[in-house]
Ligand binder design. Structure first.
Ligand code: DC
Length: 227
């Protein structure tokens, strides 16, 4: 553990898709008065832009080049809007096509190096709660608190399905589960900065817990660390 050089407090929340990271991280940031950074949104922005530009997802060189030249702005206010080269892509990055493409672009070292650089710059702005896959292991290894949030694949798929089916009536629960398991496998088996808990992370299994229950549990962990 230990402090980072700027003495800002950093809370890293990692875990697989659908574990509730963004909702929980946002609520914790709000309670603590920290700002929140959704790093998954940055990988999604690259995937969205590659799809929109007609770049083949398998062209690692071009996708990495795209990531290096992209302007990504995350608005830290309540709406967490995401802008890419000035375009508001907040809703677009949640499309099923982007969700299916994102693990591929996130596996490219050139993409990760660029986004990690931006994420570390963001962390120099103040106290932060950052969520992702490699925050505790790679982006902010000096984070004071590292939480690894998880839940069973069925529960995670169920949560995702409830969310997605509000706007997409063509997708089935089985499809959501299959997509999620595929993404889990890609994210945890990639060579560079794979999804895994940091050695000093606290694992929090959210299966069967309410969002409020998880938030309370994590706030207790943070307060316990302070005393
Ligand atoms: O959290 P999310 O579902 O929005 O993340 C989208 C994808 O981005 C996910 O498949 C893994 C990848 N990702 C990553 O590799 N590293 C991060 N720090 C955050 C997300």
């Amino acid at each position: 553990m230990g402090n980072n050089k700027d003495n800002y407090r950093q809370i890293a929340i990692d875990g697989p898709a659908g574990a509730g990271k963004s909702t929980i991280a946002r609520m914790i940031a709000e309670k603590l008065g920290f700002y929140y950074l959704d790093t998954g949104a940055m990988y999604r922005a690259v995937a969205y832009k590659a799809l929109a530009s007609g770049i083949s997802l398998h062209d690692e060189h071009r996708v990495a080049d795209l990531a290096r030249h992209l302007t990504i702005q995350l608005d830290h206010s309540n709406k967490q809007s995401v802008f890419c080269d000035g375009e508001d892509i907040t809703a677009k990055i949640r499309d099923v096509q982007v969700s299916r493409a994102v693990s591929t672009v996130a596996s490219y070292p050139g993409v990760r190096e660029r986004l990690v650089e931006l994420q570390r710059l963001e962390a120099q702005k103040g106290n932060v709660v950052m969520d992702g896959r490699d925050i505790g292991t790679h982006v902010l290894p000096g984070a004071k608190i590292k939480i690894f949030l998880t839940a069973s694949p069925e529960e995670r798929a169920h949560r995702r399905y409830q969310e997605i089916s509000k706007t997409n009536h063509d997708i089935s629960f089985e499809q959501v589960l299959a997509d999620l398991e595929k993404r889990d496998a890609l994210d945890s088996q990639r060579q560079y900065a794979p999804l895994k808990p940091a050695e000093d992370a606290i694992i929090v299994d959210t299966t069967g817990l309410t969002i409020e229950g998880v938030v309370t549990k994590i706030i207790e962990i943070i307060r316990g660390d302070r005393s």
